[in-house]
Ligand binder design. Structure first.
Ligand code: SF4
Length: 337
């Protein structure tokens, strides 16, 4: 079969070149038998044009990409080409998603993808595929990086060590999607993958993990092993990493340049209502200092649109970021599912 896997462009104005690489599609590509001819497109870095000779289309759908995903899906289904959705949006909003796709994969796709391909070939595609269990991280194959552009992550090579997050902020899909499980690959496998990429000339990496410092014991082990590799890297963490000066020191020593940290709001009330009390505005200054003292730039994730926000929130948020010398910021719009 000719298979196109597509990460649609975001339709919330996030802009191209600033989204995380669709590493999950690269993993599905690795799980696809060689008999198939597979192409992977990331609309974040390149335009996608409809084709006449495609037998199956797979779309990775987050809510912010859903409008564009539906557009591509509707067009291909008009042409009689089967369309499959995977990702957080079809998992959390299956009833709406299935109106635009022939099939949806709910949850992680690694364990269902090979069967789904067989079902397409036998004209037995089911409407819904659900993973029978959580995937062991060491079962996840190395993604087909030859099909993925590194442009999306500022030229850095994307890699994954862990999945999930131990927290459950009520605006976030991570714990809903991964079911509260926090799983990690063995440190040996992560180091092996990094070494393979270093041997190919790669020197800068981006950990796509939702929270690379959620299990601080694991993170300390990983960072210690990364120190001799002499690389530069970035990733995502929660402010709670500041509780452990040793883990931040090891992160910096292993080459960490910047971490995306979900600050979300400068209002205690908002954070409380969002079940994110571990972000305490009273301690922000002290915690930011711990990152900065280690030379780690904070990319602050801020959200606008909480019920408690008003017109003054925008200006007060920017003043706060400037006052605390936050190096970079990302402003998101709260989007209900
Ligand atoms: S800490 Fe971050 S990744 Fe974890 S649940 Fe909260 S927002 Fe999501």
């Amino acid at each position: 079969m000719n298979i196109d896997l597509i990460a649609p462009v975001m339709d919330t104005g996030g802009g191209r070149g600033r989204q995380i690489t669709p590493l999950g599609l690269g993993v599905l590509a690795s799980l696809t038998p060689d008999e198939h001819n597979l192409n992977l497109y990331d609309e974040n870095v390149t335009d996608y044009e409809y084709k006449d000779d495609v037998d199956l289309v797979g779309l990775s759908v987050m809510t912010a990409r859903a409008t564009r995903a539906y557009q591509i899906a509707d067009e291909y289904r008009k042409r009689g080409v089967p369309v499959v959705f995977g990702g957080s949006h079809p998992t959390l909003v299956p009833d709406e998603s299935i109106q635009h796709a022939d099939s949806i994969v709910m949850g992680e796709a690694e364990l269902t993808w090979p069967q789904l391909l067989e079902d397409v070939q036998n004209n037995k595609l089911k409407q819904v595929y659900k993973s029978p269990r959580w995937v062991e991280m060491d079962e996840v194959p190395i993604p087909r990086r030859d099909l993925i552009s590194a442009k999306a992550t500022f030229g850095a090579t994307s890699i994954q060590a862990t999945r999930g997050c131990p927290f459950d902020c009520n605006f976030c899909t991570v714990t809903k999607f991964f079911g509260g499980s926090y799983r990690y690959r063995s440190v040996d496998l992560v180091i092996e993958e990094l070494e393979q990429e270093i041997a190919r000339g790669k020197k800068s990496f981006f950990f796509v993990d939702d929270n690379i410092i959620a299990n601080r014991r694991y993170s300390r082990q990983l960072f210690e092993r990364m120190i001799p590799l002499n690389i530069k890297w970035g990733g995502q963490a929660s402010i709670t990493a500041a509780k452990d000066p040793e883990v931040l020191r090891l992160a910096a020593e292993s080459g960490c340049m910047a971490l995306f940290v979900g600050i979300e709001s400068i209002s205690k009330e908002t954070l409380h209502n969002a079940h994110k009390d571990f972000n305490n505005p009273d301690n922000y200054e002290e915690n930011f200092k711990k990152y900065h003292d280690n030379g780690i730039t904070i990319l602050a994730g801020m959200i606008f649109g909480f019920d408690e926000d008003d017109e003054s929130t925008f200006e007060r948020t920017v003043e706060f970021l400037v006052k605390h010398r936050i190096g970079l910021a990302n402003f998101g719009i709260l989007t209900p599912l």
